[in-house]
Design a protein around this ligand. Structure first.
Ligand code: DAH
Length: 343
């Protein structure tokens, strides 16, 4: 029996030598040391041994078991170590590699200009008001002294939803809404927003664009207040050297009305292609609020007066950044937009 045990040890150790997977190792553990394994099988014959032989063979059996177990354990540990090493190698992170830089978004140049204009006027004590883009004919035209069939309506070809509802063609209706809400109290607001006109899109026209309206109402508001305010605005927006000039014009909701030019930012007033060699660029329309508009807004034109102005955001942005085509603002080409990230 001792020989059989010794033979078993040799066989087991030889076979364990060739093991190359944890699975196989486990199979061998079962084969040699399992409950129905070879060792148990041999030791089952112990019952027939004499009392002297039994402890001796028992000892040999234990030695054989220990020897096999020891090899199995060593192998097991080696497999675990190899496995860990492989995982470490596969999952290694090189913390010195440059990271993937997340793309930083940026505020759209048009919104940037709106924010800048808002900041300037808020600094002058104005509040910001907004109104609906789908507007009634009454607010968009009638209450601004543009009754039905008024020829000046042709200046703003409109998208009508019904006979009485349209996409607003200007931010001026917010003037009326603000007046009605203020119920006779003084007003100092600007109203930024989108407007819509039936225009064919080209380098300077778009069926949808942005305006900022301004309205000031109170006792003794004069044309000089308007002019001073606009000069202040223009110098904060385009630089201290910028000057303005007012040219007489016509708007149904203001009287007198004017168009305002700013010194050409490209040539500083000397004359260049951008200003068509005049030295001036038109930037907005303005005037003293028409008495009839004040009345329709709930104010007594004998007690208060006011001024108003309206500017196109795209136009201001074109001039400020020297851009030649407003379509760049809408096509969202990142090569264009990314130039404004750090501006
Ligand atoms: N609403 C005018 C337009 O879209 C711009 C404008 C001119 C607004 C004069 C005003 C103003 O408030 O006083 O052409």
């Amino acid at each position: 029996m001792k020989e059989r045990l010794e033979a078993l040890r040799s066989e087991a150790l030889a076979e364990l030598e060739t093991v190359d997977s944890p699975q196989l190792l486990n199979d061998l553990r079962v084969k040699y040391l399992g409950k129905k394994g070879a060792l148990t099988e041999i030791l089952r014959g112990m019952g027939s041994l004499s009392a002297e032989e039994r402890p001796v063979i028992g000892q040999v059996g234990n030695d054989v078991r220990a020897a096999i177990e020891s090899v199995i354990e060593t192998k097991q540990a080696a497999f675990v170590a190899a496995e860990t090493e492989m995982r470490l190698a596969a999952e290694t992170i090189d913390v010195t590699l440059p990271g993937k830089k997340p793309e930083a978004g940026a505020i759209h140049p048009l919104n940037k200009v709106v924010q800048e204009i808002e900041d300037i006027f808020v600094g002058l004590g104005y509040t910001v008001a907004e109104g609906p883009e789908v507007e009634t004919d009454y607010y968009n035209f009638e209450a601004l002294n543009l009754p039905k069939d008024h020829p000046a309506r042709d200046m703003q070809d409109s998208f009508y939803v019904t006979d009485e509802i349209l996409m607003r063609t200007q931010t001026s209706p917010v003037q009326v809404r603000t007046m009605k809400a203020a119920q006779g109290k003084p007003i100092k607001v600007i109203c930024p927003g989108k407007v819509y006109r039936r225009d064919d899109d080209d380098a300077t026209h778009s069926f949808q664009f942005n305006q900022i309206e301004g309205l000031v109402i109170g006792p003794n508001i004069r044309m000089s207040d308007l002019k001073g305010t606009l000069l202040q605005f223009v110098q904060l927006m385009f630089g201290k050297q910028a000057q303005i000039r007012l040219r007489p014009s016509f708007f149904p909701f203001t009287e007198p009305s004017a168009e305002v030019d700013v010194t050409c930012s490209q040539c500083g007033g000397d004359g260049c292609r951008m200003c068509k060699h005049t030295g001036w660029l038109e930037i907005l329309g303005c005037g003293m609020v028409h008495p009839r508009v004040l009345e329709m807004g709930g104010y007594d034109p004998n007690e208060v007066s006011g001024f108003a102005f309206g500017m196109g955001v795209e136009r201001i942005a074109l001039l400020k950044y020297g851009i030649d085509d407003i379509r760049h603002f809408y096509t969202n080409d990142l090569r264009f937009l990314s130039q404004f990230v750090r501006m």
